[in-house]
Design a protein around this ligand. Structure first.
Ligand code: GRF
Length: 206
């Protein structure tokens, strides 16, 4: 039975697109059963609709408190009965209740070589630090922001003359290879969270 995936987005959705493309080419035994966005204008919603994927908008601004939004989001997420939750540019910090409900079944992609540069503006910070290398990481989501066990990383050189935009573009290309590769490992039962660590039965190469 193929792996049922729920994707959470807030924006462009290029990582969602990369995943949908690989699934459409039968390179990953999975189905995206839904895409939830907290932003109605997120272009990723259009990408999902173009592939006939159910979309749902849960605007955080429509709730009086963070708690109410979190509860509505958790209820919505549960309804998909997904095997895996893929955070793909979802720009809200999830409550502990949500994280714990999907522990070991929720992954995130972050545009840095974790543990470096958790949070925002990662490309700018790598440039300012004079790093020779930069990249992206996929990790299991735990209550610690961008702090869950890292599953796999992809790296690239920081080139002379790079600015935030050129570096971000290079990292994005890596993300589009790395994230589907990790999803594939999970879908094949070759990736799990065990005793607070990520356990992968294969070398994920991108
Ligand atoms: C990516 O850079 C990802 O690492 C970060 O959010 C961005 C999402 O990009 N978490 P996209 O919406 O998939 O194009």
């Amino acid at each position: 039975m193929s792996c049922k995936i729920l994707v959470l987005i807030s924006g462009n959705g290029s990582n969602l697109q990369a995943l949908l493309d690989r699934i459409a080419r039968d390179e990953i035994d999975a189905d995206v059963v839904g895409v939830i966005s907290n932003v109605a204008a997120a272009y990723g919603l259009t990408r999902a609709q173009q592939r006939g994927v159910k979309i749902e908008i849960i605007p955080h601004k429509g709730f009086a408190t963070r708690d109410e939004f979190d509860r509505a989001l958790l209820t919505a997420m549960r309804a998909y009965d997904a095997d895996l939750i893929v955070l793909a540019g979802f720009m809200r910090i999830l409550s502990n209740d949500i994280v714990n409900a999907f522990l070991g079944r929720m992954i995130n992609i972050h545009p840095s070589l974790l543990p470096k540069y958790t949070g925002l503006h990662t490309h700018q910070r790598a440039l300012e630090a004079g790093d020779a290398e930069h990249g992206c990481s996929v990790h299991f989501v735990t209550p610690e922001l961008d702090g869950g066990p890292v599953i796999a990383q992809a790296r690239c050189a920081v080139l002379a003359g790079d600015d935030e935009k050129t570096l971000a573009q290079r990292v994005h290309l890596l993300e589009h290879k790395l994230y589907p590769a990790v999803v594939n490992a999970f879908a094949n039962g070759r990736l799990r969270l065990r005793d607070g660590r990520s356990e992968v039965d294969e070398v994920i190469v991108v």
